[in-house]
Design a protein around this ligand. Structure first.
Ligand code: GDP
Ligand code: MG
Length: 577
C-alpha cells in the first residue's frame, strides 16, 4: 500500500505522461477509470524509502469540465484530494497554463508547480523568474525538461516536501460586488469553502450535481442562483465570464512580475512606430539626432583621450628606449624616430576609434542610425547625397579616418565616393591644436570666433565641393528616396563588439602598411643627405620646407589677413613699403 498519492494534472501536451514515465520508470500499470472507458495510468515509485502512488490525469484547461477527459481530471483533483497535486505546466505557453494552476490554488490543493519545457523557454530567450513566481503563487515551483530528465530530482524533492505541509487556498480579490456575494454564499453553505462558492456563482454544473446529494443541497443551490442573478445585474456581465476575466487579470499581473519576453515582430513594429512618432517628429527629430551625436563625441573624447595619452606616452618611452638601447646609429634612428614614433602617432587614435565604432555599432544595431539618416535625408538630398552620408561627415569632425571608413555603410558607389571626397574638409580634432596656435597668434582677441569659423568654413567647403562633384561627375544620377526603417531592437554585446573590432582592425592594418611606408619615406627625407642632423634645416625635408616658407612669412600673411577680414587698407600700404 502506497504511503502517498500524488497526481499529475495540467493542460494537454504539457508533458504529464513524460514526467509520469520518467518518475515511475518501467513500473507503469494501465487501467480503466471505473464506469468510463478512458485510460487511467498509475504507477509507483519510491523516494527516500517511501512508496508513492502516481496518477497521470488526462489533460484539462480548467476545473470547469467541457469534455469527458476534463471531467475525469477535475473530478480527481477536486474530490480525491491527493496528498500532492503536481501541476505540469508548459512554461513556453505560460499564460494559458497558469489558469488551471490558479484554480487549483484557489481550491487549496497541496500543489507543486512544475514548469516543464524549460528548454523551449530558453530557446525563446524568455527570462522567467522562478523564485518570484513561487513567491507570488505561494506554492513551490520547480523547472524541468522532462524528456531529458532535467530537474526531475528537484521535482521529487519538492513533492516530498509538499506532502509534509498543508497549503492555504489562494485568495484573489474579485472586487466588492463578488466578494459580497461570496461572503453571503459561504455563510449559507456553512463551510468555509470559498472555492465552492466561486464555482456556484460560476454556475459550474459538476459542482451543482455534486451538491444535490447534500442534505441542504437544494436550498444552497437556490440561494446561489439568486445571488448569481443579483451579481450579474450589479456587474452587468455574466458572473462566470467576469470571474474568468479577473483570474486572467491576476495571471497577467503575475506574468508582468515574473516573465520578461523579447517582443515578437508585430509587437516590435508597433513599439517602433510609437518611438518613431517622437524620433522622426518634425520638430524633435533634428534636436534628438544632434543630442545623440553630441553624446557620441562626448564619450569618444572624454573616454578616449586619456587612453590616447597613455598610448602616446607608451610609444614615446619605447622610442627613447630603442634609441638608448641601440646607440647613435641609423638603425636606432629608423626604429625610434621613424617607425615607432610614426606608427605610434597613428595608433594613439585607436581608443577614440574603438569607442567611436562601439557607439556607431550600438546606434546601427538598435535601428537608430536608419532614423538619423531619415531625419537628415531632405538636407542631404539637396547636396545630391543620401541621408546616411551625414554620419560619416559628423564623424569626420572627430577624425577623418573613421569618418571615411564609416562610408562603408553607404550602399551606392556614388554616395560613397562623394562622401569620401568631401570628408577631409570636415575639420578633424587633430587640426584643433594648429587652429588654436594660429588663431592665437593672428587674432588674439577673437581666437574662439576664428576657430569656430574655420570649422564652419570646412563644412561649407564640403557642401560646395559635394555640389560641384555632383554636377561634374554624377550628373543626373538621382539617389533613391526609399529609406528602410527596420524595427528597433536591443543591440547584442557580441554583435556590437564584433563590428567594432572588424572596423578598428582595418585601421590597425593601415597603420601597419601604408602609414608604415609613409613614415619610412619621411624618415628618409629627414635623414638624408648622409650626415645631417635628423630633420634639421640641412636635411631634404628641411630644404623642402624652405621652398614653401616665404608663403608663410608672418608679416605678409598677417597683413593679407587683416585686409581680408577688417578691410585694413593701411596694412596693405605698409605691405608695399
Ligand atoms: P501530456 O499530454 O501532458 O501527457 O504530454 P506528453 O507527456 O505526451 O508530452 C507531449 C510532447 O511533449 C511529447 O512529444 C514529449 O516528448 C514532449 N515533451 C515533454 N516534456 C518536454 C520538455 O521538457 N521539453 C520539450 N521540448 N518537449 C517535451
Ligand atoms: Mg498524457
Amino acid at each position: 500500500m502506497a504511503e502517498l498519492t500524488i497526481c499529475l494534472g495540467g493542460n494537454p501536451n504539457a508533458g504529464k505522461t513524460t514526467v509520469f514515465n520518467k518518475l515511475i520508470g518501467a513500473h507503469q500499470k494501465v487501467g480503466n477509470w471505473p464506469g468510463v472507458t478512458v485510460e487511467k495510468k498509475e504507477g509507483n515509485y519510491s523516494y527516500q524509502g517511501k512508496s508513492i502512488r502516481v496518477v497521470d490525469l488526462p489533460g484539462t484547461y480548467s476545473l470547469t469540465a467541457y469534455s469527458l477527459d476534463e471531467r475525469i481530471a477535475s473530478d480527481f483533483l477536486v474530490k480525491e484530494q491527493p496528498d500532492v497535486s503536481v501541476a505540469i505546466v508548459d512554461a513556453s505557453n505560460l499564460e494559458r497554463n497558469l489558469y488551471l494552476v490558479v484554480e487549483l490554488l484557489e481550491l487549496g490543493a497541496n500543489l507543486v508547480v512544475d514548469l516543464n519545457m524549460m528548454d523551449l523557454v530558453r530557446q525563446k530567450k524568455w527570462r522567467l523568474d522562478v523564485e518570484q513566481l513561487s513567491k507570488s503563487l505561494g506554492a513551490p515551483v520547480v523547472s524541468t525538461v522532462a524528456n531529458r530528465c532535467e530537474g526531475l530530482e528537484e521535482l521529487q524533492e519538492a513533492i516530498a516536501a509538499a506532502a509534509k505541509c498543508q497549503a492555504q487556498p489562494l485568495k484573489i480579490d474579485y472586487g466588492p460586488e463578488v466578494e459580497n456575494a461570496l461572503g453571503q454564499l459561504t455563510a449559507s453553505i456553512n463551510t468555509p469553502s470559498r472555492w465552492l462558492a466561486l464555482k456556484l456563482l460560476e454556475n459550474n454544473s459538476q459542482v451543482k450535481e455534486w451538491l444535490q446529494g447534500w442534505p441542504q443541497g437544494e436550498k444552497i443551490l437556490h440561494k446561489a442562483e439568486v445571488l448569481a442573478a443579483d451579481l450579474g445585474k450589479l456587474i452587468a456581465d455574466d458572473p462566470e465570464t467576469y470571474l474568468i476575466e479577473r483570474r486572467y487579470g491576476f495571471i497577467n499581473g503575475l506574468m508582468k512580475e515574473c516573465l520578461a519576453k523579447p517582443l515578437d515582430l508585430a509587437e516590435r513594429i508597433s513599439l517602433s512606430d510609437k518611438i518613431d512618432k517622437i524620433v522622426l517628429n518634425r520638430w524633435l527629430g533634428i534636436p534628438i539626432f544632434l543630442l545623440f551625436m553630441w553624446l557620441t563625441f562626448k564619450l569618444v573624447f572624454d573616454l578616449g583621450s586619456p587612453l590616447a595619452d597613455y598610448i602616446d606616452g607608451g610609444f614615446g618611452w619605447l622610442a627613447e628606449a630603442t634609441k638608448t638601447g641601440l646607440g647613435e646609429n641609423w638603425l636606432a634612428s629608423l626604429l625610434g624616430d621613424g617607425i615607432i614614433a610614426g606608427v605610434g602617432s597613428v595608433l594613439v587614435f585607436l581608443p577614440n576609434i574603438l569607442i567611436l565604432f562601439l557607439m556607431i555599432g550600438i546606434l546601427e544595431d538598435s535601428g537608430y542610425m536608419a532614423r538619423a539618416a531619415f531625419v537628415m535625408d531632405r538636407f542631404m538630398h539637396s547636396l545630391g547625397l543620401h541621408g546616411k552620408s551625414f554620419i560619416p561627415m559628423i564623424l569626420g569632425l572627430g577624425c577623418n579616418i573613421p569618418g571615411i571608413m564609416a562610408c562603408r555603410t553607404l550602399e551606392s558607389r556614388k554616395d560613397r565616393l562623394l562622401t569620401i571626397l568631401i570628408n577631409p574638409f570636415m575639420s578633424c580634432s587633430a587640426r584643433l591644436p594648429i587652429y588654436v596656435l594660429f588663431a592665437g597668434a593672428f587674432f588674439a582677441h577673437h581666437a574662439g570666433a576664428v576657430i569656430f569659423i574655420l570649422y564652419v568654413l570646412g563644412i561649407i567647403v564640403a557642401v560646395l565641393t559635394a555640389l560641384l562633384f555632383k554636377s561634374l561627375f554624377f550628373k543626373g544620377q538621382v539617389a533613391p528616396l526609399i529609406m528602410e526603417l527596420p524595427p528597433y531592437r536591443m543591440p547584442t554585446v557580441k554583435s556590437v563588439l564584433l563590428q567594432m573590432w572588424q572596423r578598428a582592425s582595418m585601421f590597425v592594418k593601415k597603420a601597419g602598411t601604408i602609414i608604415l611606408a609613409g613614415v619610412i619615406l619621411i624618415w628618409l627625407l629627414s635623414s638624408l643627405p648622409v650626415g645631417v642632423e635628423y630633420a634639421s634645416e640641412q636635411s631634404w625635408i628641411g630644404q623642402l620646407g624652405k621652398v614653401f616658407a616665404p608663403l608663410f612669412v608672418a608679416p605678409i600673411f598677417y597683413r593679407a589677413v587683416r585686409l581680408l577680414f577688417y578691410g585694413d587698407v593701411a596694412a596693405l600700404h605698409s605691405l608695399h613699403c
